[in-house]
Design a protein around this ligand. Structure first.
Ligand code: UDP
Ligand code: MG
Length: 312
């Protein structure tokens, strides 16, 4: 069986030889299968691509290199790799060896057992506590409000069958969270727990702001709940305002006092309503933005060139 390994790469030169030797080991133990590795160079500025071109192949392990014209982001890079995949199954893994290639046989076994989607579930995260807490909050919030939950603590690391891969690759949306799309597709899915080690070399290219952006993409891209909340909140504030007005007129009639009292509460209300307005507008804006970018129908990425070990 031909299996495609899809590996997005941004400045991963420090890890390429180690990654390749681990993959070679795994492939040599699975001699009945053929492995085609699709490296997607997502606009690296180091010599990642040059190192890949030097990799030596074995009878069961070959490589392709898809070079994007600039950095398009992790999710777009995986999508670019999926378009080049010819295997019966596709396996996504990171280049930094945080996704241990030794799990590949386990994924394949489940695939042969009839699962269309097999994904790794991180047992223990090595990230700092505060980051882990943020991830925990995000996944739980996401699942509480999203149309379709995604498994807790699972990233892209995992296997999808050719049909699921094709479905995901052909989804036209721009806000791509592959773990979300993968869960949406359905079919038989299963999670495999594993220990996630630290990066082998280099540093994570995800800054805090990029992670926040990813989280917002996930929340707004997969859920109508934020905009609904804004609506309900707006209704609540409106009704409270009405009740307040009624109450103050009644008090005026009862006590006969029309003096300039309560200016503090007026100011408070102005601030609160202004804030509520801003929140609601921002939420609408989030969705409008997404419609705008989707409407542009730009390609998700641009391939500069492709190379493969066969014609290298
Ligand atoms: N990556 C990529 N494009 C990007 C950012 C990351 O192709 O814009 C790759 C990166 O080389 C790695 C994988 O995506 O193989 C995961 O990135 P990283 O290790 O930085 O993320 P983390 O593991 O910290 O979430
Ligand atoms: Mg990593």
């Amino acid at each position: 069986m031909l299996v495609t390994l899809i590996i997005p790469m941004l400045n991963e030169s420090g890890g390429v030889p180690f990654l390749w030797s681990r993959l070679t080991d795994v492939a040599s133990k699975l001699a009945d299968d053929q492995f085609e590795t699709v490296f997607v160079d997502d606009g690296s500025t180091d010599n990642t691509a040059a190192l890949i071109e030097q990799l030596s192949v074995t009878p069961t392990l070959s490589w392709k290199l898809v070079q994007l014209s600039r950095n398009f982001g992790h999710q777009a890079a995986i999508s670019a790799g999926m378009m080049q995949a010819s295997g019966e199954a596709m396996i996504f893994l990171d280049a930094d060896l945080q996704d241990p290639p030794e799990l590949i046989p386990v994924f394949l076994e489940k695939f042969r057992g009839g699962y269309d989607v097999v994904y790794g579930v991180r047992k223990n995260r090595k990230e700092p506590l505060w980051l882990r807490a943020c991830f925990g909050i995000f996944y739980r919030l996401f699942n509480a409000i999203s149309e379709r939950p995604i498994p807790l603590d699972a990233g892209e690391f995992g296997l999808v069958s050719r049909r699921v891969g094709k479905l995901i690759a052909e989804m036209p949306e721009r806000d791509r969270l592959i773990r979300g799309m993968r869960s949406w597709v359905g079919f038989k899915q299963i999670g495999i727990p594993y220990d996630r080690p630290e990066r082998h070399a280099g540093t994570s290219s995800y800054s805090i702001s990029r992670r926040v952006e990813g989280a917002l993409d996930g929340l707004f891209g997969y859920s109508k709940v934020p905009i609904r909340l804004a609506f309900y909140f707006g209704v609540l504030v409106f009704l409270l305002g009405g009740a307040y007005l009624l109450q103050s007129y009644m008090m005026m009639f009862i006590t006969g006092d029309t003096g300039v009292i309560g200016w503090r509460s007026v100011i408070t209300l102005i601030f609160m309503l202004g804030g509520a307005n801003l929140i609601a507008t921002a939420i609408v804006g989030e969705y409008v933005c997404r419609i705008y970018f989707q409407g542009k129908q730009r390609p998700l990425y641009v391939v500069e060139k492709t190379l493969s070990s066969e014609n290298n």
